[in-house]
Design a protein around this ligand. Sequence first.
Ligand code: HEM
Length: 526
Amino acid sequence: MWWVWLIVAVVIAVLVIFVLTPLLYICYKRNYWRWHNVPFEPPAPEFEILQRLFGLRPTLEWEELEHYDLLYRNFKGRSPFCGFYHLMQPRALILDRELIMQILIKNFSNFNDRGIYHNSKHDPLSADLYSRRGSEWKEMRLRLEPIFAKDEMRYLYDGLRESSAEWLLGFDQLVRNERAHSGYIEIRTQIRRYVLTTLAACVFDLTAARQEKYPLNVFEDMTHLEHTTSRHSEFANAFLRRYPRLGKKMKLRTTSKEVEDYFTGLITEVVNEREQSSTEKKDYMQLLVNLMQQELSTHEVEDQTMKELKEHLMGELAAHAISFLKAGLRPTTHTLTYILYELALNDPIQEQLRAEIEVALKRHNNELTYDCLRELKFLGQVISETIRLHPVVPYLIRRTLTDFPVLSDNKYVLPKNMFIIVPTHAIHNDAEYYPEPFIFKPERFGREDNKRRDICMWLGFGEGPRSCIGLHFAQLIMRLLLVQLITRYHFTVDRTRLMVKPQNVIRLRVDPLDEQADGREADVVI
Ligand code: HEM
C-alpha cells in the first residue's frame, strides 16, 4: 500500500507547487499595500486584469492620466506616496514635493532607471538614451550632452531656418486653397509634418536629392511603424519588464526588422558619404558623426577589433538618431499643436505675442536671427504655460534600485524594484500651486513668479540629471515655427468642435494677415 501513499503525496506536492503557490503569490500581490500599511487603491477585479493582460481591453493613454489625477486628488496630504496596482503589479504614486525632489534630484542615483526593456546586442535601436539605465545610461548621456548644449543651437540655426521656410511654402499653399472652402485646417497633421521634415533633414540628412531613394512618405511610414508597432502583447511586455536579463538571453527584440533595416540602411549611407566627403554640413548628423570619429580616434586597437568597434558605434549612432524620432517627434508636435490651439482660443494673448515679435524683429532690422528668437520672453511664457496645461509627458516614471526609506517619515519605504510615478499632469493642475489651474495665463511664468515657484512643481521637461536632453533643440524648432506662423497668420478656433479629449482632431481657422477677410468673425460659428 505504500505506493498509494506515494501517489497521494506526489499529487499533493504537485497541487501545492502548481496551484497553491501561484494562488498565494497572487493573494500576496493583491494585498501588498495593505500589508505594507500604505494608503492604497485596491486592485482591479481579476477578470479585468486578464482582459488587459491578453490585449482584450487596451489601456488608453487618457484613461491612465485620469486615473493618476484621481489618485493624486484622493490621497494628497495623507502620506508621502500612495499605493496602487498596474495589472497585478504594486506601484507607488508620489504625492509629496520633497519626496519628488529626492527622487529626481537629491537621491537620483537610486532612481535612474525607467524600467524599459532594451537589448543593445541584438536590437541596437532599442538601446537609446531614454531606455538605458545605470552606468550604460550615464556614459551615453555624458557623451551626448555637449551636442545638445545651448551653444550648439546657433550652429544648427541656418539649416533649421531653411527647412522651416520650405515647409511654410507648402503650408501657405494649403491655407490659401482652404480659404475657398471652410478655411479650417486640421492643425496637428500639418505640425507633425513640420517636425518630421525638420528631423528628417537635420538628423537623417534627407535632402531633396536623397528623397528620390528614400521618399519622405516611406520615412514617415517607417517612423509611424516604429512608434505604433508593439511586437509583444501586454503580457510579454510585463514579462520583459520583470525579467529583462532573461529577455536578453532569449535575444528578444522590440524593434521590427523592417524598421531596423530601413533606418540602418539610410544612416549607413549618409555616414559613409560624410566620411568620404571633405565638406561639413551644419546639422545633427554631422555632430553625431564627429562624436563617433572622436570615439574611434581615442581607441588604439587592432584592425579586427576596430571593425567591431566601428560596427558597435554605428549601432549607437543609429540609436541616437532614432531617439530624436522616438523621444522628440511626438512631444514637439503635441506641444506646438496645443500652443496654436490656446492662442486661437485666447485672442488677446495671440495679439500680445504678435506685438512682442514685431518689436523684436524691428530691433533686428526685420531679420529673424537666432538672437532675435532668444529674446522673446513672452513667447517662452506661452510655451511654458501650454506645457503646464497640456504636458505631453503627463507623468514621469522611475524604478527604485534599492529600498528607499522616505526621509520625512521613515515608516514609509519605497521598496527595491518598485515602479514609481510622479504625476506631472496632476501637479500642474493643482490649485495650491497654480490658482485657477484651468485658465491659460502665460503671466504665471514671469521672471519673479519663476523665482518664487518651488522646484519640481513644473515638470514639463522633467527635472534633474534625467530630464529632457532635447530641451534647447525643442525650444529652437518650436520658436522658429511659431514666430513665422504668428507673423503671417491669425488663428481662430472652430468653436463648433471644441476639443474635449486630447486625441480629438484640432481644427483651426487660419487667415493670412496680409488679406484678413472682411467679416471674418461672421464666419466663426459660436
Ligand atoms: C516640447 C518638446 C519636448 C518635451 C515637452 C519633452 C519632454 C521630455 C520629458 C518630460 C522627458 C522625461 C524626463 C524625465 O523622465 O525626467 C524627456 C526625456 C527625453 N527627451 Fe524630451 N521633450 C521634448 C522634445 C525632445 C526632443 C526634440 C528631443 C530630441 C532629441 C528629446 C529627447 C529626449 C530624450 C533623449 C530624453 C531622455 C533623456 C534621458 O533619459 O537622459 N526631447 N523629454
